[in-house]
Ligand binder design. Structure first.
Ligand SMILES: NC(=O)c1ccc[n+]([C@@H]2O[C@H](COP(=O)([O-])OP(=O)(O)OC[C@H]3O[C@@H](n4cnc5c(N)ncnc54)[C@H](OP(=O)(O)O)[C@@H]3O)[C@@H](O)[C@H]2O)c1
Length: 288
C-alpha cells in the first residue's frame, strides 16, 4: 500500500472499535480498486462526538462509518441526513460531499441481504422478536417491516425508546403491528414462543435473556437467532440458543453487506465484492 500526500483517509468512529473488521474490509476494497486511500478505526468517547465531526471537516476526511454508541448523537452535527437515516434516527455512514457531511444508513440493507443468504427459511410474514431499540435496531426494524415482516415484538431496557420505534414503524408501514415489552423474563418467554426470528441488537449479553434460553422447556429447532454482534464469533447468548437446537447467526455477514453499500456511497463506484468477501472469509477462518 502506497501512502503519500494525496492519500484519502476514511475512518470508523465508535467506542469500542478495536474489534472491528471494517478496516480489513475497506482496505481490501481500496487495494482491489487501486485507490490511494486508507481506512482506520478511531475510538471516540461520547463527550467528544461534536469535536470529532468538526475534526472531519477540518481534516477533510473522505468518509466515516459510525458504530455504537454514536449512531444517533452524530446526527446533530451533520449538514444533511438522508430520508431513511432521518426516519430511523440512525447514521452509520457519513459521506463528505465537497465539504458537506451527509449522513446515511446502510445497516438495514446489510441485515436483509445477509438474512436472506443465511436463513432462507425465514420468510416475510414470520413474527420477529427484536431485542434492543438503539440505532442499529431501528434501522433493522425498519428494513424488516418494509420487507413484509409486519408482526414485531420490541423488547428494550428503556421502554420509551421501544415505543418510539414502534410508532415510527407503524406510521411508515401501516400493516406493521408492534408490541413493546421490557426485559422481564416472563414477557421475553412469551415473545420467544410467539416468534420465528429473534434479532439481538444489544451491545451486551443480558441475564434475563440468557435465563429464558437456559430454562426454555421445548426445543428451539424451528427458530433463528440473529446476533448483530460478531466479536466473539459466538456470543454467550447465541451459544445458549444453539444448545437448544436453534440456528444462531452472527453479524459478520451484515457487516460485509452494509460495507458494500457504504463503499459505493463513499466512492460512487461499484464495490469489489469478491475481494471484500475474500478478506471477510480470511477473518472468519481466523476466529471460528
Ligand atoms: N454486524 C454489523 O454490521 C452491525 C451493524 C450495526 C450494529 N452492530 C452491533 O449491534 C449492537 C448495537 O449497536 P447500536 O449501534 O444499535 O448501539 P446503541 O445505539 O448504542 O444501542 C444499544 C442498545 O443496547 C441496549 N443496552 C446497552 N447496554 C445495556 C444494558 N446494560 N442493559 C440493557 N440494555 C442495554 C440499549 O438499551 P437502552 O435503549 O435502554 O439504552 C440499546 O437498545 C452493537 O454491538 C454493534 O456493534 C453490528
Amino acid at each position: 500500500m502506497k501512502i503519500d500526500g494525496q492519500t484519502r483517509l476514511y475512518i470508523l468512529i465508535g467506542n469500542p472499535v478495536a474489534h472491528s473488521l471494517s478496516p480489513l474490509l475497506y482496505n481490501a476494497a481500496f487495494a482491489a480498486c487501486r485507490m490511494n486511500a486508507i481506512y482506520v478505526a478511531c475510538p471516540v468517547e461520547p463527550e467528544h462526538v461534536g469535536e470529532a465531526i468538526e475534526g472531519l471537516r477540518a481534516l477533510n476526511i473522505a468518509g466515516v462509518n459510525v458504530t455504537s454508541p454514536h449512531k444517533e448523537t452524530v446526527m446533530a452535527y451533520l449538514d444533511q441526513i438522508s430520508g431513511e437515516a432521518a426516519l430511523v434516527r440512525s447514521v452509520n455512514t457519513i459521506v463528505n460531499r465537497a465539504g458537506k457531511m451527509v449522513g446515511e444508513t446502510t445497516d438495514g440493507r446489510g441485515f436483509m441481504a445477509d438474512l436472506g443468504e443465511r436463513a432462507p427459511s425465514v420468510k416475510p410474514g414470520d413474527s420477529v422478536l427484536l431485542i434492543g431499540a438503539g440505532g442499529a435496531a431501528r434501522a433493522v426494524a425498519f428494513a424488516l417491516v418494509q420487507n413484509g415482516f409486519h408482526e414485531l415484538y420490541i423488547a428494550n431496557r428503556t421502554v420509551g425508546r421501544g415505543r418510539f420505534l414502534a410508532d415510527i414503524l407503524q406510521c411508515s408501514v401501516h400493516e406493521a403491528h408492534c408490541r413493546v415489552i421490557g426485559l422481564g423474563q416472563e414477557e421475553l418467554r412469551d415473545a420467544l414462543n410467539a416468534c420465528r426470528l429473534l434479532v439481538y441488537c444489544l451491545t451486551v449479553d443480558l441475564e434475563p435473556v440468557k435465563a429464558v434460553l437456559q430454562d426454555h422447556a421445548s426445543s428451539l429447532v424451528d427458530k433463528v437467532f440473529y446476533d448483530l454482534r460478531y466479536s466473539p464469533a459466538v456470543s454467550e447468548t447465541a451459544a445458549l440458543f444453539r444448545n437448544r437446537g436453534g440456528i444462531a447467526i452472527n453479524g459478520r455477514g451484515m457487516l460485509y453487506h452494509q460495507a458494500i453499500s457504504a463503499f459505493e456511497l463513499f466512492t460512487e463506484q461499484r464495490a469489489p465484492a469478491e475481494e471484500m468477501l475474500t478478506a471477510y472469509r480470511k477473518a472468519h477462518e481466523r476466529e471460528i
